[in-house]
Design a protein around this ligand. Structure first.
Ligand SMILES: [Zn+2]
Length: 317
């Protein structure tokens, strides 16, 4: 049994794995949106291409000892690297305390659940950073999360297979009908991306109804709070640089195209939520929603029991 081990063993194990996978997550965050392979080549300096020494690649510590500069060429290394690694380590330890310890789980069950929960947490962290930088949610992560959520429903305590299936379909429709299909009818452009719908479907597969309703509302509330804070402190919400660049490239493509091809391109851009230049006004400000869905899903993962109890009491009153 897991609980018969002295706690430092599972905590140390979780922390080590979380940090190491956090380090791998940096590779995912850099390469997946650029459509590069995540397996090859091995880690190299993004500035000069030199291979990175194993010791410099030690999570968090490597960056601290190098003081945020590459050993090869002195190029600054983004603080995002140690931050993602630390979040990975923290998530793994939180999973141990919130989901595994004190439950009388056999070791094999505990290991299986740890692997499943950690893969979800890591996928959500990757999605958050990719969406913040590029405003996209790659299918490999959203649909991958949906698949793992559905397939693992039988071995996890959160949902039955039936609940997982119904909730994931409902989650997809709950975003698609009003915010994509309906919004497009009204304003000629979808208000949310299909990636958000797929992510809420994944959330339903992992957490059932809690994953649909709690996650959508918690994400909306937390997103609104952050948007208000940004508007009050910075006077606006800036688009990520990569999105501005992509729009410029699209505009250049349209300029070069002619006739039918040009018409098709313009049509495709009109349907893309990021196609339109923001005009700086309140109502048009655009912020990725994926990070807030991901954050709410992490909350649903770690506080599943507490939230379930809270909502049961709320609705029985
Ligand atoms: Zn270098």
């Amino acid at each position: 049994m897991l609980d018969q081990l002295p706690p430092f063993i599972p905590v140390g194990f979780a922390l080590t794995l979380g940090l190491l996978f956090g380090s791998f997550l940096n590779v995912v965050i850099h390469r997946v949106p650029r459509e590069m392979s995540i397996a090859f080549p091995a880690s190299h300096c993004p500035a000069c291409g030199a291979p990175i020494r194993a010791f410099d690649n030690v999570p968090v510590l490597g960056w601290v000892l190098l003081r945020g500069r590459a050993r090869c060429c002195g190029a600054p290394i983004s603080a995002r690297y140690p931050i993602v690694e630390a979040i990975g380590g923290a998530a793994a330890v939180a999973i141990y305390f919130q989901k595994l310890s004190g439950r009388g789980l056999p070791l094999t069950t505990a290991l299986l659940l740890f692997a499943l929960y950690l893969s979800l947490a890591l996928g959500l962290i990757a999605l958050t950073f990719i969406d913040l930088e590029f405003m996209i949610l790659p299918d490999s992560l959203t649909l991958g999360g949906l698949g793992v959520g559905l397939l693992s429903a039988t071995v996890r305590p959160e949902v039955s297979v039936l609940d997982a299936a119904i909730a994931s379909a409902s989650g997809f429709l709950l975003v698609w009908v009003p915010f994509i299909w309906g919004y497009e009818k009204l304003r000629g452009r979808p208000g949310m991306g299909l990636g958000d719908a797929k992510l809420l479907a994944a959330s339903g597969a992992w957490f059932g109804w809690l994953g649909v309703f709690f996650v959508l509302f918690a994400a909306a509330i937390q997103g609104t709070l952050v948007a208000l804070t940004l508007l009050l402190t910075r006077g606006g919400i800036e688009e990520p640089e990569a999105v501005q660049r992509e729009r410029e490239e699209l505009a250049a493509l349209v300029e070069q195209a002619e006739g039918e091809e040009r018409r098709l391109l313009e049509e495709a851009i009109a349907l893309d939520p990021i196609g339109e230049e923001p005009d700086g006004s309140w109502a048009r400000a655009r912020m990725p929603f994926g990070p807030f869905l991901a954050l709410a899903m992490l909350e649903a993962l770690l506080f599943h029991d507490e939230l379930t109890l809270y909502f049961q009491e709320l609705f029985l009153l």
